[in-house]
Write a protein that binds this ligand. Structure first.
Ligand SMILES: [Fe+2]
Ligand SMILES: [Fe+2]
Ligand SMILES: [Fe+2]
Length: 289
């Protein structure tokens, strides 16, 4: 297998893991049963680790991580708790089947070992989902609360902005050669995932459906590190302003509180990035001397 083919195969796996993550967190936002929800969240976190491992392999082999998803592999149906878990079992089956075939094709030891490890994880996920399926009784029909469509729409816009930021930061995390920046990017990506989680849960609580449709990563402009950090800062500033604006007009106290909390964290993100930018400048100037 040529190196480019191996990179293609690993990128396919990144997409497959990305799809599973999205399907699982979508469900976690909607499911009310605490036990089922925390179980699915736990599995989603393991898929994140898989995605990271495959992506890091791509980078090691000299490829570029695009963070696409396998759109057909995502099941957004939500008829019943049982049908959701069945969709998850299918997702695990697809992963097991795909990775098992790849193990036969791939020669590189490190990739083989990675695939073996991930297959084991997917098999235990499948067992966990099967266990859940046996346990769940159908969720009681949703109480007839009116869905607050207007608030849900705004929260979904914010959620999609967080999703876009997560992909941007993860991409920087995978590709940056500056250790401090890499670390900062992972940190801010994780915090943004928490924001996305809080927004998604609130959407579910309000009777809405989280909008986790595809978000495109803008084409790489090949910016220098300081320019990239400046872009990050602009995005953080814009995001903070958006939280302030929506917080001011929201009629709901719980939503205002949530947006207020995230707003403060966005301000903190901006500071971290600005401090980093100063250090980069200092370092560069020192270097020239
Ligand atoms: Fe996985
Ligand atoms: Fe899995
Ligand atoms: Fe942020």
């Amino acid at each position: 297998m040529k190196r480019s083919e191996l990179i293609g195969l690993l990128l396919h796996n990144v997409a497959l893991e990305h799809s599973a993550i999205i399907q699982y967190i979508y469900q976690a936002f909607l499911i009310k049963d605490e036990k089922v929800r925390s179980e699915i969240e736990k599995i989603a976190r393991e898929e994140m680790r898989h995605m990271k491992w495959f992506a890091q392999k791509v980078v090691q082999l000299g490829g570029e991580v695009d963070l696409k998803r396998a759109e057909d592999a995502i099941d957004f149906s939500r008829e019943s708790l049982k049908s959701m878990i069945e969709a998850d079992i299918s997702a695990e089956d697809l992963a097991i089947e795909t990775y098992s075939k790849q193990i036969e094709l791939v020669k590189e030891d490190s990739v083989k070992r990675l695939l073996e490890r991930v297959i084991k994880d997917e098999m235990s996920h499948k067992e966990e989902f099967k266990g859940l399926l046996e346990e769940v009784t159908e969720e009681k029909a949703k109480e007839n609360t009116e869905t607050d469509e207007e608030t849900v729409k705004v929260l979904n816009e914010l959620l999609r902005e967080e999703y876009a930021i997560i992909l941007r930061y993860l991409k920087a995390f995978f590709h940056s050669k500056n250790c401090e920046y890499k670390d900062l990017m992972l940190d801010l990506a994780i915090e943004s995932m928490v924001h996305m989680g809080d927004l998604g849960e609130k959407i579910g609580e309000l009777g809405g459906v989280p909008d986790l449709s595809k978000v495109d990563l803008p084409k790489e402009e090949g910016l220098s590190l300081p320019d990239q950090v400046k872009e990050d800062i602009l995005k953080e500033v814009a995001s903070r302003e958006r939280y302030i604006k929506e917080g001011e007009v929201s009629k709901r106290e719980d939503v205002r509180k949530l947006l207020e909390k995230i707003k403060h964290q966005e301000e903190y993100h901006r500071r971290r990035l600005s401090e980093f930018l100063e250090r980069v400048h200092r370092f560069t100037v020192g270097d020239l001397r």
